[in-house]
Design a protein around this ligand. Structure first.
Ligand code: FAD
Length: 452
C-alpha cells in the first residue's frame, strides 16, 4: 500500500510523526510538499521566507534521497494537488501536521473534505509544530490560558512524547511526477544577511549552541551586542527542527541556561494555544482597549527605515532589514516605540515585521505585537519601554548600535545612545537625524489615551 506524507511546517526527517505514521502504515510513501497558492495569495510568501523555504526543501530532498526516496513538489491549490497525487499513486491515507493559524485550520478542513469525496482519509498529527498541542492543558472552565506563568506551570509538568528516530529507508512509488524544487537563487529581494535554511544547518546550529552558549543563556539572553540567543526561530517556524526534540535534549543537557531556553520554547506553545482558541486575534485586538491610534506616514517610514533618531531603535530596525531577523529584546523595544511612544496601531508594525522576518508567523508575531501593544496577554499592558533606559541595560557600551548604524560607528562608548548631546561640531559631522519625538511626551500621550 501507499500513503502520502504532506509536509507543511515540519520540513525534517528527524522526529517527524507525520513521516513516521505514513511510513508505518504503508510499503511506499510519497513525501509531498505543495507550493501553496493560498499562502502566496495571502501575501505571506515574502522573499526572506521563500529563500529559507527553498534551502529547507533542497535539504529535505537530499535527506530523503540518502534513504532511497525523494521529495515530490507540486505547485497550486494544496487540497487539489494532494488529492491528485494521492489518486495518482492510489494512496488511501494522507498524513499532515496539525497547525493553528486560521489559514491552517481552513486548509485542514478543505483537505479532509476533498480527500473524503474521493474515499481517502486525512490523519492529523499533533506535537509536530508545537511541543504540546493547543488545548492539551487548559484552566478550569476555559478553553485556553490567557496568562503565561500558570500555563507554563502546567506545560512543564506534562510528559512529552518520545523523540522519533529518522527513517532508515523511504520508498517512493515510481512515476510520481514532481515539479522542480524552488531555488534560493531565483528569489529576489532577500535580505543580504539572511541565514541559510534546512534541517542539516538547523541541527548543526542547535548542537553547537547547546554545547556552548546555552550555558550562559539565562544571564545573557538580553545582552544585545552578545547576540547570545539560539537563533533557532526560523528552524522552528519551518519545522526543520522539532520542538519536542529541542525540549528533550535541552532538559537532558540541564542547567540554568537549558531551563531558560525551555521556558522560551513554552512561550511559543503559549501563543499557539491562544491563537488556536482565538483565531481572530491574528488581526483583531485580543483585548480591545478603545485605542484611537495615530497614523503619521512620515513617522512610520522613519521607524521602518531605522531613522527615528533613537540609535537603539534604529539599530534594531536596520538589523531586521539586513538579516530578516531581530533579537527579542530589540523586537520588544521597537514594537513598544511604535505602539506606545508613537501610539501607532500594532497592525502596522506586525505587517512590516511579517514582510521581513524569516521566522515570521502569525501566532508568534501577532500575539507578541499584541502583548507589547497592551491589547494582548501582558498583565502590565500600559508599560512603555524607554529606549535610553533599555540602552543602559542591554547595550551599555553602545556596541550593538555601532554594529548596525554606520553613521554612528565613530562615536565611542555610551554617548552613541544620545547623539544630540554630543558637542555641536561633532554632531554636525554625523549624517544622523535628530529625535523624531520627545520620549516623555510620547509616553504621556499614550498613557492619557489609555486613561492613566
Ligand atoms: P531564543 O531566545 O533562543 O529562544 C528559543 C526559541 O523560543 C525561539 O527560537 C522561539 O521559537 C521561542 N521564543 C522565544 N521567545 C519567544 C516569544 N516571546 N514568543 C514566542 N516564542 C518565543 N518569534 C517568532 O518565532 N516569529 C515571529 O514572527 C515573532 N515575532 C515577534 C514580534 C515581536 C514584536 C516580538 C516582541 C517577538 C516576536 N517573536 C517572534 C518572539 C521572539 O522575539 C523570537 O522568537 C526570538 O527573538 C527568536 O530568536 P531566537 O531563536 O534566538 O530565540
Amino acid at each position: 500500500s501507499v500513503s502520502v506524507a504532506l509536509f507543511t511546517a515540519d520540513l525534517r526527517i528527524h522526529d517527524n510523526p507525520v513521516l513516521r505514521a505514513a511510513l508505518d502504515g504503508a510499503d511506499e510513501v510519497v513525501p509531498l510538499f505543495v507550493l501553496d497558492q493560498g499562502v502566496r495569495a495571502a501575501g505571506f510568501d515574502v522573499p526572506n521566507r521563500r529563500a529559507f523555504l527553498a534551502d529547507s526543501l533542497a535539504d529535505l530532498d537530499a535527506a530523503l534521497r540518502e534513504r532511497g526516496g525523494r521529495l515530490v513538489v507540486r505547485s497550486g491549490d494544496v487540497a487539489e494537488e494532494t488529492c491528485a497525487v494521492a489518486a495518482g499513486c492510489g494512496a488511501r491515507q494522507v498524513h499532515v501536521a496539525g497547525d493553528v493559524s486560521g489559514y491552517a485550520q481552513v486548509r485542514e478542513e478543505r483537505l479532509r473534505r476533498r480527500l473524503a469525496s474521493d474515499g481517502r482519509e486525512l490523519y492529523v498529527h499533533d506535537t509536530v509544530v508545537t511541543a504540546l498541542p493547543p488545548g492539551e492543558v487548559t484552566p478550569q472552565g476555559r478553553d485556553h490560558f490567557a496568562v503565561f506563568t500558570p500555563y507554563f506551570r502546567r506545560w512543564a509538568a506534562v510528559r512529552h512524547r518520545p523523540v522519533l528516530e529518522p527513517p532508515r529507508r523511504v520508498r517512493v512509488p515510481e512515476g510520481t511526477g514532481s515539479a522542480a524544487l524552488p531555488s534560493r537563487s531565483e528569489v529576489s529581494g532577500v535580505s543580504p544577511g539572511l541565514a541559510r535554511g534546512g534541517e542539516s544547518v538547523g541541527r548543526a546550529r542547535f548542537e553547537s549552541w547547546r554545547k556552548g552558549p546555552m550555558k550562559a543563556y539565562a544571564d545573557r539572553h538580553d545582552d544585545l551586542p552578545a547576540d547570545a540567543t539560539s537563533r533557532l526561530s526560523p528552524h522552528l517556524h519551518f519545522g526543520t527542527l522539532s520542538p519536542v526534540e529541542l525540549v528533550r535534549r535541552a532538559r537532558r543537557t540541564g542547567g540554568a541556561g537549558a531551563d531558560a531556553f525551555v521556558r522560551q520554547l513554552a512561550w511559543r506553545d503559549f501563543h499557539h494555544q491562544v491563537l488556536a482558541a482565538r483565531p481572530h486575534a491574528s488581526w483583531e485586538d485580543y483585548r480591545a482597549r478603545g485605542d484611537r491610534w495615530r497614523h503619521d506616514e512620515d513617522e512610520i517610514a522613519a521607524w521602518r527605515e531605522g531613522r527615528t533618531g533613537y540609535p537603539l531603535v534604529d539599530a534594531a530596525m536596520r538589523q531586521l532589514l539586513h538579516e530578516g531577523w531581530m533579537h527579542n529584546r530589540a523586537r520588544l523595544l521597537t514594537a513598544s516605540f511604535l505602539t506606545k511612544t508613537l501610539y501607532t496601531d500594532w497592525r502596522v508594525g506586525a505587517r512590516h515585521f511579517l514582510g521581513l522576518l524569516v521566522d515570521g508567523d502569525v501566532a508568534n508575531n501577532q500575539l507578541n505585537w499584541q502583548w507589547v501593544a497592551g491589547t494582548g496577554n501582558d498583565t502590565r499592558p500600559n508599560r512603555v519601554l524607554n529606549p535610553l533606559t533599555q540602552a543602559r541595560r542591554f547595550d551599555p557600551d553602545g556596541d550593538y548600535v555601532r554594529r548596525w548604524v554606520p553613521e554612528l560607528a565613530g562615536v565611542e562608548g555610551a554617548s552613541v545612545h544620545r547623539p544630540w548631546k554630543l558637542p555641536s561640531r561633532e554632531r554636525a559631522r554625523l549624517d544622523y537625524p535628530g529625535p523624531l519625538v520627545d520620549l516623555a511626551e510620547g509616553a504621556d500621550r499614550f498613557l492619557r489615551a489609555r486613561g492613566r
